[in-house]
Design a protein around this ligand. Structure first.
Ligand code: BV8
Length: 234
């Protein structure tokens, strides 16, 4: 069977680039209520507060740069695909730091902060400025329908068919910087294990599903990810 690697990243891979994590001490969901700011109901009730929350994170992201962990994963993709292996980097993150580091095969299952979507016509476009309810969609003209192109709680994640197809055929699976709390991403390790893959967890501490990994390495992503990636035999 051709070696095929699926990687799942979470907020921990971008933590050392200055982007917040969600459930660590002082994390985003400790400061903000996800029910108010990361659900379609919250957006319907107070779109201005939701825009303010994402505008602040988008501005913060525009000043962020990839770290050694992002770079190591981009180099691993190049090495792995050049040798004829299968490769997919699934990220729960809505930042573009994997792409900035050179990763190509990236699936943003929770969407992308630097894109916006029209809730009326579905048009998705790049977005590097603040959004507000005063803006109109350039495609359909509707005012107040523009939202961040991100997947909120209760919404179906993106690219699930491609992700599960990759998981069913993978020989290696790595979960990097994720607490294993949010579904369906938290179930990917199990799906990989069922496919017979070798599974590894790379994080600061064990995630909720940490017990089920074949291999576990703990420490800051900028230290443990380059070491793991360089040593991963094809
Ligand atoms: C779905 C995007 C159906 C926007 C996010 C009740 C009501 C509604 C839904 C549910 C419910 N109960 C359960 C659900 C399902 C729900 C869910 O799982 N809830 C959980 C909380 C119980 N899931 C959903 O609603 C999903 N949709 O289920 O649809 C469906 C599904 C399949 C098929 C058909 C239909 C949609 C979930 C997506 C929500 N959107 N964000 C935004 O970013 O604002 S979630 C949010 O959590 C982020 O996307 C984040 O990426 C994600 C996961 O968190 P992590 O990335 O793991 O981050 P966290 O802070 O938790 O952990 C950081 C880790 O890094 C830690 O382990 C830490 O130790 C480590 N770390 C820290 N620093 C470092 C480090 N590691 C290394 N180095 C460091 N320096």
């Amino acid at each position: 069977m051709k070696p095929s690697l699926v990687i799942l990243t979470g907020a921990g891979v971008s933590a050392e680039s200055g982007l917040g994590t969600f459930r660590d001490k002082g994390g985003i969901w400790e400061k903000f209520d996800w029910r108010e700011l990361a659900t379609p109901e919250g957006f319907r009730e107070h779109p201005d507060r939701v825009h303010e929350f994402y505008n602040a994170r988008r501005r913060n992201l525009l000043g962020a740069r990839p770290n050694a962990a992002h770079a190591a994963l981009a180099a691993l993709e190049t090495r792995w695909t050049a040798a004829g292996g299968g490769f997919l980097l699934v990220t729960q993150n809505i930042d573009d730091l994997h792409e900035q580091a050179g990763s190509k095969r990236v699936a943003h299952m929770h969407g992308e902060l630097l894109k916006r979507r029209c809730a009326a016509c579905g048009d998705v476009r790049p977005c590097r400025e603040d959004l507000s309810i005063a803006l109109a969609c350039e495609t359909c003209g509707r005012e107040g329908a523009l939202r961040p192109h991100v997947v909120w709680f209760g919404e179906v994640p993106l690219e699930l068919d491609a992700i599960f197809t990759a998981l069913e055929g993978c020989t290696h699976f790595a979960a990097i910087g994720t607490s294993g709390t949010v579904w369906p991403a938290a179930g990917f390790a199990e799906a990989a294990k069922t496919a017979g893959a070798h599974t590894v967890e790379l994080s600061l501490e064990p995630g909720e599903n940490g017990h089920m990994f074949d291999e576990r390495r703990y420490g800051p992503a900028t230290a443990i990810v380059p070491e793991w990636a360089a040593g991963l035999a094809f």
